[in-house]
Design a protein around this ligand. Structure first.
Ligand SMILES: N[C@@H](CCC(=O)N[C@@H](CS)C(=O)NCC(=O)O)C(=O)O
Length: 212
């Protein structure tokens, strides 16, 4: 299996799942800072020019959530997805919550802070996105009170996706009002197989002069 990744990005979700599963994989860095994701050889793998991408024999899979679900389903004995349909439905619910309600405001903040050219950035959308993130984080904060994991009493892929997304929220100072979420996210990242935090991954890139 090959994972095309870049340190501080959504590829953390895929790496986290592979590490928790204990699967050997070949990591391939695609340096977004150097624009390697726009090179023809990478666009052949993912025409969208985005990370992560998982390649498993003939399967070329993009979309971080599709990747974590594929991996968990391929190795059911590792228990990263519940067998019970009701619990599985809750995993799907919270996965979608993470990538729509939490991630999309964060993505808008990133785009309007440092991705779009300066003349296309809309500071007013950052204000809206921050408010929208906080409203949805409050819903998750309430859900997580008294819980160790998002669904059930053992880790599932939704925990890796959610913890990474909350780390991203913390990077833009959006977790200050959510002590339960902060504690949960830090507990998830304290797991022995957890990947690097986003801040650490940025540090490694800086230390290596561009490459993660
Ligand atoms: N929905 C996709 C989003 C992938 C995505 O936007 N990845 C970013 C890194 S976090 C990327 O590769 N960006 C490069 C670009 O947009 O040019 C997923 O979850 O995999």
């Amino acid at each position: 299996m090959r994972l095309y990744e870049f340190g501080p990005t959504r590829s953390i979700r895929a790496r986290w799942t592979l590490q928790e599963l204990g699967i050997e994989f070949e990591p391939i860095t695609v340096d977004l800072v150097a624009g390697e994701h726009r090179r023809p050889e990478f666009l052949k793998i993912n025409p969208a020019g985005k990370l992560p991408v998982l390649v498993d024999d003939d399967l070329v899979l993009t979309e971080s959530v599709a990747i974590v679900l594929y991996l968990a389903e391929k190795y059911p004995e590792k228990g990263l997805l519940p067998a019970d349909p009701t619990d599985r439905a809750q995993v799907n619910r919270w996965l979608l919550f993470a990538v729509t309600e939490l991630e999309q405001p964060l993505w808008r903040i990133s785009r309007h802070t440092n991705i779009y050219p300066e003349d296309k950035r809309l500071p007013a959308d950052i204000t809206l996105a921050r408010q929208e993130f906080k409203e949805m984080a409050a819903v998750l904060e309430k859900h997580m009170k008294g819980r160790q994991f998002v669904v059930g009493d053992r880790p599932t892929v939704v925990d890796f996706v959610t913890a990474y997304t909350l780390d991203w929220g913390g990077e833009v100072s959006l977790l200050d009002e959510f002590p339960v979420l902060r504690t949960y996210m830090e507990r998830m990242y304290a797991r022995p197989k957890a990947p690097q935090r986003i801040a650490k991954a940025f540090e490694s890139i800086r230390a290596q002069g561009g490459r993660s």
